[in-house]
Design a protein around this ligand. Structure first.
Ligand SMILES: *[C@@H]1O[C@H](CO)[C@@H](O)[C@H](O)[C@H]1NC(C)=O
Ligand SMILES: *[C@@H]1O[C@H](CO)[C@@H](O)[C@H](O)[C@H]1NC(C)=O
Length: 240
């Protein structure tokens, strides 16, 4: 009898766990301009097979990730199609020549979200600016059951392009407006002593800023994520 109860309990708890398993990734674009998300899958595959699309200002899109998936999500800006029909972007470009990145990585400066959902639904995630920075972003795991909240991670304290990127690291458009910031710590480890690391850390305190930093945040079970491009910066308190 006891055995049977255990079995029933196991089946019931399995059903319960399956029932709550959801790893939807909602990408919302709050930037003042269109952003073209790029997605690079390293393990698993997404049900809505997509590796690149456009998100206009204010639009969002949910992507269902399976219970075993890892990859990168970033945003491309200032994209266009040239006279030979090739698609390319001024920042975050994945050199595919098309809106879909189709398994191609980017070597252009970009703020990045790295996510890993393992078969036991343990999530690890981080924001990385090791590849540089193109706009502020934020990752908010939506885990609510059992009072614990998984940590939000972001890179949104200041707009690095406009306010903090050193001149020598600045990427500008044809009109000399700053559109991205390169991170020299991608190529060689800067560690915490570097002034460059400090600049990125100030703008992105919870993000990975240096190649030598391998820390992830973890969420102990399945969760949906909200990834926001250009989340509003923390409002400055006003006096009455
Ligand atoms: C997750 O995404 C799938 C596919 O887009 C959708 O059918 C489902 O309702 C979503 N689940 C939640 C909890 O949002
Ligand atoms: C169009 O874009 C592709 C890819 O960026 C580039 O290789 C090619 O030279 C461009 N062609 C023209 C005519 O600008």
């Amino acid at each position: 009898m006891a055995k049977r109860l255990t079995l029933i309990f196991l089946i019931a708890s399995h059903l319960f766990v399956s029932g709550v398993t959801s790893n939807n990734l909602t990408i919302e674009n709050k930037c003042d301009y269109t952003v073209w998300p790029g997605i690079l899958t390293s393990i698993g595959s997404l049900s809505t097979s997509t590796s690149g699309f456009a998100l206009k200002k204010g639009e969002s899109r949910a992507i269902h990730a399976p219970s075993l998936w890892s990859g990168q999500i970033w945003g491309r800006t200032l994209c266009s199609i040239n006279s030979t029909g090739k698609f390319s972007c001024a920042t975050g470009d994945c050199n595919s020549g098309e809106i879909e990145c189709s398994g191609r990585d980017s070597n252009s400066p970009r703020s990045l979200v790295e996510l890993s959902i393992d078969g036991h639904n343990i999530n690890s995630y981080r924001v990385s600016v090791v590849d540089g920075y193109n706009f502020p972003l934020q990752v908010v795991p939506q885990r609510t059951f059992k009072s614990e909240r998984c940590t939000d991670v972001s890179c949104d304290v200041v707009d690095l392009n406009q306010l903090a990127c050193p001149y020598e690291l600045m990427v500008v458009d044809e009109e000399e407006r700053p559109i991205a910031c390169t991170n020299p710590c991608r190529i060689s480890n800067c560690y915490t002593s570097s002034s460059y690391t400090q600049i990125f850390k100030n703008a992105c305190p919870t993000a990975r800023v240096d190649n030598g930093d391998n820390n992830y945040f973890a969420c102990p079970s399945s969760t949906d994520y909200f990834i926001t491009f250009c989340p509003s910066l923390t409002p400055i308190p006003t006096s009455k």
